[in-house]
Design a protein around this ligand. Sequence first.
Ligand SMILES: Cc1ncc(COP(=O)(O)O)c(C=O)c1O
Length: 425
Amino acid sequence: MRFYEEKLDKIPSLIRDVLMVFPTSERLSVISPSATLAITAKAKELRAAGKDVIGFGAGEPDFDTPEHIKEAARVAIAKGLTKYTPVGGTPSLKKAVAQKLERDNLLSYELNEITTSNGGKQCIYNAFMACLNKGDEVILPVPCWVSYPDQLKLAEARAVSVFCGVEQNYLMTAEQLEAAITPQTKMLIINSPCNPSGAAYTKEALISLGEVLKKHPNILILTDDIYEHIMYNDQKFYNLPMLFPELQERTLVINGVSKAYSMTGWRIGFCAGPREIISAMEKIQGQSTSNPCSISQAAAEEALIGDQSCVSEMKQAFARRRDQGHQLLSSMKGVCSLLPQGAFYLFPDIREVYQTEGFQNILRGQNDDSLSRVFCTHLLEKYETAVVPGIAFGNDNSIRLSYALDDLSLQKGLERIGNMIQELN
Ligand SMILES: Cc1ncc(COP(=O)(O)O)c(C=O)c1O
């Protein structure tokens, strides 16, 4: 007791003492906090301090969850669906997932080939934990979503990054895939449309990747289809098993309701794949979170098989903002913006801006070795605009802007970016 009394007036050193006696795991030292969540939190903090910050950081639609989905949740509560469910989700949610996969992707699955989790993120984590051993290689086209590399580190697997620059529309070619394959390759990750670039593989491009994969039967495929419904200009969505039925037996299809139905907070994702892997994923989930929220499951079921008109309504708004954002960025000196085919991100290449005298002056006296981070820090501190540094996605030449924000803020935020770039020039 005396020990604590003596220490109470020096809490920070007490924390230090505790950490020395109980250090956090070594596992923790290999991963970093999510950069996108960090920038969103920083923007919120500045806003709370009275700053007029415009946030391009968040990876979530700004729309409310559609009313019919919320109603399904209210009905679930009224019916008392508030208890544990089977670990991988209720049979009726799994049926809804199977219906969705049949309807949208022409893929057939039995219920024991489907599982659901707390978001696509947990599905991916479970999949890595279930499939990968220490040292297994996983081919990762870069730029990529921030969580893949860190989750792979937690699974002790080795990410084999394949850099896909702006010159190749941020998409991996068949030649690059072939060159990255070794006897240790266990898995390939494909995310199309892609976070952060918004690039989406065409049918032809996917076919050429599939032809390579056909020659390597031991490679598992993880196709992260979370942005499936946010594709523009009538470009049709494809994933590898839709084009190569023979690949279905070694593919994990990841998807969820977060992005398409504006349900990020409800935390429902799903995975369809070989039953042995699905059962292994459920084993892991059973010892960590158990089932995802029972009420969210009922809402997700309605989202997947109820009225789908909300999806195209939201997509229309995104398409308008994409065009506006792309146009404004393209008019800025030294900015190379590609028109994204999907998702709700712009990923302009700003290498030329780094060369300006103004930026070189900012760099002087900085000891940060990431140019995109220096750019974004300056933008946030001096122009009150939050964007995510490309380095977080493996490409320091770019920055990521989420256009999931209202039209007025979009316009205002882009003007601020334009002002900064003009002043740097
Ligand atoms: C590429 C990608 N995959 C998966 C997810 C996970 O989404 P959720 O866990 O909300 O389903 C995200 C979310 O940002 C993402 O961008």
